[in-house]
Design a protein around this ligand. Structure first.
Ligand code: FMN
Length: 342
């Protein structure tokens, strides 16, 4: 099943907010929240997608014939491809009845682990979202990344307990989440966190043996503060436009953030990555791996766990194709030189 076939199969089973478009480019759902869209006038999700399309790659097939090796290492763990499934916090609310967050998480966690990568799980006001995600990750021997919201101190401490008890591949925090329209002014409260608070969370994870990832970094200055706070990785992410209107695309800010993050911090990126070629573009601009989020919901609604596996396969073969066409035998060979006019 191709992604566009999965999207066609999802239509009628998903919604009413998501249109399960053949390309998930943020146009049909612009500004639709609740739903899979983005905040305000709703241009940021689309901007994310368009920015990858503007990155032109240098074709060079004057090389030995080989099969591209798409493996990479993220936070000390080998992945079969530099793509992980991004977190979705409240599936039913934004995508309809067919899957609740637990049944969605089960499908993506199992499919990702089976294909040699990881799914991340989300968090929400409903405490069961995080609790159930963590028990699924524990069942899978830790193959997953629970993503905690930047709650007040007490709530954050208990959510970290839950997350760390699952012995996950890593723990993440989407530090930008307070901008979500449905999180403002709610209980428990969520908000910005200082570098000192982030350092405490990172230390807590390290004591328990888990790497810590900060998701939602959009400036070189924030990347420097995150690095100084001891985070192991950052995700260059604007939350798909859901937390603040008017931000640049992630592809636009990625190179300067990679330069600022330094050698010790791994840089991941999300937002509008839809094809293996987009993954290639992200790696060429300096990311170690990508998160892909919304299309996996569509793939699951269209084809269940098989749909998730099929889309992962499509991303992997599209990446291998781009690597072979541009002369990159391994993911380490995907460098800035493979971007035309960089
Ligand atoms: C309905 C929905 C729910 C989301 N829930 C979470 C969440 O709980 N935690 C989180 O870190 N990101 C969450 N995100 C953001 C995504 O993980 C991702 O950063 C964003 O959608 C951009 O990637 P994409 O363009 O591939 O979808 C959510 C996104 C959507 C559309």
């Amino acid at each position: 099943m191709t992604y566009s076939e999965l999207a066609a199969a999802a239509r009628g089973q998903i919604g009413p907010f998501c249109k399960a478009c053949p390309t998930c480019d943020g146009r049909a759902c612009a500004g639709v929240m609740p739903g899979p869209g983005d905040k305000g006038v709703g241009r940021v999700a689309r901007r994310n997608w368009e920015a990858w399309q503007d990155v032109r790659v240098s074709m060079d097939t004057l090389h030995e014939s080989w099969a591209a090796d798409t493996r990479t290492t993220v936070l000390g763990r080998e992945l079969a491809l530099p793509v992980m499934i991004g977190p979705v916090g409240d599936v039913q609310r934004h995508y309809g009845e067919k899957y609740d967050t637990v049944s969605y998480n089960r499908r993506v966690l199992e499919a990702a682990a089976g294909e040699g990568t990881l799914a991340w799980t989300g968090d929400g006001l409903d405490a069961s979202i995080m609790a159930e995600a963590c028990s699924l990750i524990a069942e899978l021997g830790g193959a997953g990344v629970p993503t905690v919201k930047p709650w007040d101190e007490k709530t954050l401490a208990s959510k970290l307990d839950q997350a760390l008890a699952a012995h996950p591949a890593a723990v993440a925090m989407d530090i930008d989440a307070a901008g979500l329209p449905f999180l403002r002014g709610q209980e428990p409260p969520a908000g910005a966190k200082s570098a000192a608070q982030v350092a405490e969370v990172a230390a807590r994870c390290h004591e328990a043996g888990a790497p810590f990832v900060l998701k939602g970094v959009m400036t070189p200055a924030a990347a420097e503060r995150a690095a100084a706070a001891g985070v192991d990785a950052i995700v260059v992410s604007n939350h798909g436009g859901r937390v603040l209107d008017g931000t640049p695309a992630t592809a636009e800010v990625l190179p300067s953030i990679v330069a600022a993050a330094g050698e010790k911090v791994e840089v991941l990126v999300d937002g509008g990555v839809r094809s293996g070629l987009d993954v290639f573009r992200a790696l060429a601009l300096g990311a170690r791996a990508c998160l892909v989020c919304r299309p996996f919901v569509v793939a699951a609604f269209g084809g269940g766990a098989d749909g998730v596996r099929a889309y992962l396969g499509e991303l992997r073969s599209g990446l291998a194709d781009a690597m072979e066409m541009c002369g990159a035998a391994t993911t380490a060979d995907i460098t800035r030189e493979l971007i035309w006019n960089a």
